[in-house]
Ligand binder design. Sequence first.
Ligand SMILES: *[C@@H]1O[C@H](CO)[C@@H](O)[C@H](O)[C@H]1NC(C)=O
Ligand SMILES: *[C@@H]1O[C@H](CO)[C@@H](O)[C@H](O)[C@H]1NC(C)=O
Ligand SMILES: *[C@@H]1O[C@H](CO)[C@@H](O)[C@H](O)[C@H]1NC(C)=O
Ligand SMILES: *[C@@H]1O[C@H](CO)[C@@H](O)[C@H](O)[C@H]1NC(C)=O
Length: 172
Amino acid sequence: MWPLVVLLLLASASCGSAQLILNKTKPVEYTNCNKTVVIPCFVSNVEATTLDDLYLNWKFGNENVLTFVGSQRTSTTGNNFSSASIVPEALLEGTASLKLDKSDAVPGNYTCEVTELSREGEAIIELKYRVVNWFSPNENILIIIFPMLAILLFWGQFGVVSKYLFLFLYMF
Ligand SMILES: *[C@@H]1O[C@H](CO)[C@@H](O)[C@H](O)[C@H]1NC(C)=O
Ligand SMILES: *[C@@H]1O[C@H](CO)[C@@H](O)[C@H](O)[C@H]1NC(C)=O
Ligand SMILES: *[C@@H]1O[C@H](CO)[C@@H](O)[C@H](O)[C@H]1NC(C)=O
Ligand SMILES: *[C@@H]1O[C@H](CO)[C@@H](O)[C@H](O)[C@H]1NC(C)=O
């Protein structure tokens, strides 16, 4: 009985104090216009004053995206994410955000896992791709109307449809 109680106490103690708190982040979006994509990850209670105590791991499903080993100051990227990078110094301020070229970005859920000595925490951030129209709906209307006007005016030069053109313009 007693060993069990002690174990439980130890477990709850380590849960209470040994967690890094990572901010909950809304899904981030990118479009065809983004050259690079930044997936945010913030730790709000970093205490380390040197990178030696920090370890960071970004994953996409089971795939490794980037591993940063603070004590060695090295970043290793996964095969499919060769453009992945972080700013190591920013880790000390709690920023573990990941930067990727658009060509390496895959929509889905990314896991940011930060370890500081014996404390650790993780967050899942969803990256979404959004298709954008080049032009706003209003501009689309103009794009359709201008060639039509041009054609009508061209015909109008020959007097063939100038009557209709005037009718058309009166309608507005
Ligand atoms: C993270 O969350 C904490 C508490 O909610 C807040 O004070 C802090 O500004 C946030 N940090 C960032 C970088 O969003
Ligand atoms: C994509 O670019 C937009 C506009 O520059 C920016 O607001 C957004 O954060 C970028 N998305 C990502 C995931 O980096
Ligand atoms: C890289 O992506 C390809 C195609 O999406 C996938 O088949 C492969 O398993 C990925 N590589 C790794 C190391 O997961
Ligand atoms: C990412 O995770 C969220 C919450 O668990 C889920 O709703 C969403 O469908 C996931 N997205 C993908 C692309 O798996």
